[in-house]
Design a protein around this ligand. Sequence first.
Ligand SMILES: C[S@@+](CC[C@H](N)C(=O)[O-])C[C@H]1O[C@@H](n2cnc3c(N)ncnc32)[C@H](O)[C@@H]1O
Length: 238
Amino acid sequence: MENTKAFDIYKDFEKRKAMTKEEMLSKLNEWAKSGKYEKDMLVANWKPQKTACEVITNYYNPDRDEIRIIDVASGTGLVGMELLKLGFRNVDALDPSEEMMKVAKERKIYQNHFTEYFDGTRLACIETDTYDAAFVVGGFSVGYMPTNALFELIRIAKIGGLLILSVWEGFDEMIDEYRDRFFPLTQKMEKNGELTLLREDVIPKPDKEPNGLRLVYRVHVSESSFSHLKALQNCNEF
Ligand SMILES: C[S@@+](CC[C@H](N)C(=O)[O-])C[C@H]1O[C@@H](n2cnc3c(N)ncnc32)[C@H](O)[C@@H]1O
């Protein structure tokens, strides 16, 4: 019988952990080019893009055209499509995979397309305090965006802007790069008045994989005053 399951995430995590940056990029390009990425998303039977996007209407309702948004780790544009359905048109995309970006560009849903890694390194192409909201759906995962990416999310969001993050519940326990790093850093930033966690919702999933977790933060500073974390050894940090 055909296996209709998208993938076994634990096996996928193991494979990804062993990859170099180049191998990862080539896997991402192939995932998009073959059309398998979107098939996997459909079979996965949950819609993190939809649940992530819906929450923004609690904060920005009128003048949706005016709101400047960036979709970080934008993939083929599924988040952009959901935002468009909700009437948000002023959305930029960022992703390091040319093939993912090619599909997203064909959809004509984003204003600007940045083919870049988002890893905490300061991006010259994006000014400080630019966006009312930054989305990351599926970008905080094995071998993708490191914890240090939080620094750049804060920098490019406006003061008062939102960070809307969709991750696996328990991602910080499952993945070395985030264990004892991600939430200790956000909590330090919260204590220092740089961020506020506005809401944290578990998104139940119908299969055995972990549930989703949606986090919404408000940003209160142009840049964090903390130092970047040291890169982990043997970790595919970019
Ligand atoms: C699971 S996909 C999610 C795509 C999209 N957000 C969605 O929900 O359909 C993860 C995406 O993260 C991107 N990615 C991986 N490493 C990244 C990095 N360092 N910076 C930005 N994006 C990255 C991949 O190219 C891929 O498109």
